[in-house]
Ligand binder design. Structure first.
Ligand SMILES: [Fe+2]
Ligand SMILES: [Fe+2]
Length: 205
């Protein structure tokens, strides 16, 4: 990667932190007493943001870190994502009036908060320590792939976003889904010269 591109691209660790901030903020907007329409819109947007974020981590971030690190946290990250996907599937199969809808949403929130805490205290600092020269390049790939994954789900995003906005709520999760879109031009720069460094041995974080 050229020094110029490295300067222009956001680091993958900061993009992940930004996604976390948006999703946690959206979680905290959910109130048991809100209308069913608002709760559904908020839950749908949070679920979509989590789905995209977890897939991006699994495709772009975790593989790069696995090359240089071997840790329990890294090994359990994808199974934890699978638990979130299971809760998301349960939420989507329910009506908002289901007696366990709120509890299921809050269970998802607890899983995400726990997982995010581990990532922010262990995995992200490890990446910044072990592969600092790759972070911008990975950030460019992360954002480029986000746009690819989000594009076919735009109607879904727009519908949930509209339900939330109709109640006068600014939904941060919608921003999380599309975060980095303004960097499209930079992604296109980033399409040239991508490729992970190799040749290191995995080691404990
Ligand atoms: Fe994760
Ligand atoms: Fe994450």
């Amino acid at each position: 990667m050229s020094p110029l591109l490295a300067q222009l691209s956001p680091s993958v660790t900061n993009l992940i932190r930004l996604d976390h901030t948006h999703v946690l903020s959206a979680f905290h907007q959910y109130e048991i007493g809100s209308s069913d329409r608002l709760k559904r819109g908020l839950a749908d947007s949070v679920c979509l943001a989590i789905e995209l974020h977890t897939q991006l981590e699994e495709e772009v971030f975790y593989p790069a870190l696995r090359v240089v690190a071997d840790t329990e946290m890294l090994r359990k990250s994808t199974p934890e994502h699978d638990e979130m996907r299971g809760l998301i599937a349960r939420l989507r199969a329910m009506t908002v009036s289901d007696p366990v809808y709120d509890d299921t949403f809050f269970e998802l929130m607890r899983h995400v908060m726990h997982h995010v805490a581990d990532e922010e205290t262990l995995l992200l600092p490890a990446a910044e320590r072990l592969i600092p020269e790759q972070l911008a390049e990975l950030g460019a790939r992360f954002n480029k792939r986000r746009l690819e994954l989000a594009a076919p789900r735009t109607p879904e995003l727009a519908a949930s976003f509209a339900r939330s906005l109709s109640a006068g709520t600014l939904l941060a999760a919608g921003g999380a889904v599309l975060a980095g879109a303004h960097l499209l031009t930079r992604h296109r720069l980033g399409e040239r010269g991508l490729g992970l460094g190799r040749g290191r041995s995995a080691r404990p974080i």
